[in-house]
Design a protein around this ligand. Structure first.
Ligand SMILES: Cc1cc2nc3c(=O)[nH]c(=O)nc-3n(C[C@H](O)[C@H](O)[C@H](O)COP(=O)(O)O)c2cc1C
Length: 349
């Protein structure tokens, strides 16, 4: 049988998976290593008394972490979406899809996203589109996956380095329109470059209530897109952006008014707990979960994530934190580099 020819967009989805996996390393270090908790020998709590649930837009999530947007748009990524949906179903984790605009341009690809609902009909699903898409696309993306919420990603460095990327970044007006009219909660997210005080203020100003600062420290879309270029011309931009820890510092002043989510470089349950400590209300994971599903398959991955949930509860008990709110004031020490960042940016935490 002759294989149908893949569009550039579909092929890009497969390349992203391949390159994210190629550049991911088990021994990656990042800014989460610059945070230490103060050990408490007498926490006076039982593990069973710790509540790891978190609230998102009036819904209670049983765990404070979720599968962040990655896949769909090609046959290979349909299979990954199906497997991640099985994991989400077994573990009761919320799950975001990858960007769906490809399937709005080519409706024959819709099943590469809607497959999530076949395997996880009742779970919490987040649709995903890029900024620059309009309200009509946003509504179609939500309908395609019967989504409970929508992620809109902002990704200028990726578009700049991407050989076929966008060059027009007038995005705010349409994001405001979508937030006001799409009918589900909207998270505006980065894709691994982090956010500044100024960006968060701009988003708050137009009515955005949910922000995933998605910072540097894990998947790097400058490196990935640069690898897709023949001229490899942007290698020097690989360190662009704020880390997830720095972005959480930047979000500090907004954490009472805006629901701040964190992603970027999360490797294990301790990183999740550190992100929560810095003010995230939930934590998204992409590269590490892609690696797990590809290497372990959905059944083993689900088992490992049930262990992650148990470990988060156990470590919070060790810290004497009964719930996420209590966790957010346990004592920490920061590395000199992170202190320096706070000083330079005049942020107090
Ligand atoms: C293979 C792959 C594809 C991705 N595709 C999307 C996407 O379509 N939409 C989006 O918002 N983010 C996308 N991301 C970005 C992630 O959601 C996340 O913001 C970023 O990878 C940082 O998190 P990590 O370090 O845990 O991977 C993708 C990430 C990976 C690894």
């Amino acid at each position: 049988m002759v294989k149908p020819k893949q569009s550039i967009q579909s092929h890009r989805k497969d390349e992203h998976v391949f390159l994210a996996e190629k550049f991911r390393h088990d021994d990656t270090t990042n800014d989460f290593d610059g945070i230490r908790f103060i050990h408490q020998s007498l926490p006076e709590i039982a593990v069973a008394d710790v509540d790891i649930s978190t609230d998102f837009a009036g819904t209670n999530w049983a765990s404070p972490f979720y599968i962040n947007g990655m896949t769909g748009g090609s046959q290979q990524t349909k299979k990954i979406n199906a497997q991640l949906a099985q994991v989400a179903q077994i573990t009761n984790l919320p799950m975001a899809t990858g960007s769906q605009s490809v399937a709005i341009k080519d409706p024959s690809l819709a099943d590469t996203f809607s497959v999530i609902r076949e395997f996880n009909p009742h779970g919490f699903v987040l649709a995903n589109i890029g900024a620059g898409n309009d309200l009509r696309v946003a509504k179609q993306a939500v309908a395609m996956t019967q989504a409970n919420a929508l992620e809109i990603h902002v990704n200028t460095p990726q578009e700049i380095v991407m050989p076929e990327g966008e060059q027009d970044f007038y995005w705010l007006d349409e994001i405001a329109n979508i937030v006001a009219n799409v009918g589900v909660p909207v998270i505006v997210k980065e894709v691994g470059f982090g956010m500044s005080v100024d960006t968060i203020a701009q988003l708050k100003q137009i009515g955005v209530k949910y922000i995933d600062v998605s910072g540097r420290g894990g998947t790097n879309f400058v490196t990935i897109e640069n690898e897709r270029r023949h001229d490899k011309a942007y290698a020097y931009l690989a360190d662009w952006g704020q880390s997830t820890v720095e972005s959480l510092f930047e979000s500090r002043a907004f954490q009472n008014d805006v629901n701040i989510l964190a992603s970027g470089g999360i490797r294990n349950p301790l990183d999740i707990i550190k992100a929560l400590r810095l003010g995230a209300s939930a934590v998204g994971i992409s590269g590490q979960f892609l690696h797990m599903v590809l290497k372990e398959g959905p059944t083993q991955m689900a088992e490992n994530l049930l262990t992650w949930q148990a470990q988060i509860q156990a470590i919070m008990a060790m810290l004497g934190a009964r719930d996420i709110q209590a966790l957010q004031s346990v004592p920490i020490i920061l590395s000199p580099e992170l202190r320096h960042y706070l000083n330079e940016r005049h942020i107090t935490i």
